[in-house]
Design a protein around this ligand. Structure first.
Ligand SMILES: [Zn+2]
Length: 153
């Protein structure tokens, strides 16, 4: 690499780091994840951000997810972060996806030559192209995977 290219590379890297930091910071503000720290009180029904005047008597540290699960609502004075609907949905979807993959282990079409779970785990391209669906994975194996010599057992 000559000096000019090296210098350009350094500049581009620096820009990417700055942009990356900015984007990451931005997402944190918009999507308050469930593990964000918030505070509840002994008697109140709201949860609060640190420093809220309502916390002068009692201040119990908890997580946003836990506070919402227990029925606490966001304080109107300090406006603590709200649980992002998207992140809650993502968690549900992730759980559903994990369950679907687990279910492949006991897929009814599994044989000594084909195991839907093994096929899914070892052929990462199919995880997006086909998904964690035993019937579709088996069909893919019969149509292509077998002749392509893909790992299936
Ligand atoms: Zn408050």
């Amino acid at each position: 690499m000559n000096m000019l290219v090296k210098r350009h590379f350094a500049v581009i890297t620096a820009v990417l780091i700055v942009v990356g930091t900015f984007i990451t910071g931005d997402i944190k503000v918009i999507a308050a994840s469930g593990d964000t720290t918030v505070y509840i009180t002994k008697t109140g029904e709201k949860y609060h951000a640190d420093g809220c005047r309502s916390l002068s008597n009692s201040k119990i540290e908890t997580t946003l997810q836990s506070a919402v699960d227990k029925g606490y609502e966001a304080c109107k004075v300090c406006k603590p972060p709200k649980l992002n609907a998207a992140s809650a949905t993502t968690a549900t979807q992730t759980k559903a996806a994990t369950d679907a993959v687990e279910a492949l282990k006991t897929y009814k079409g599994n044989t000594k030559d084909f195991n839907a779970y093994t096929y899914y785990i070892n052929n990462t391209d199919l995880q997006t192209a086909v998904g964690a669906d035993g019937d579709k994975l088996l069909k893919h194996y019969n149509d292509f995977g077998k002749t392509e010599g893909r790992i299936a057992k």
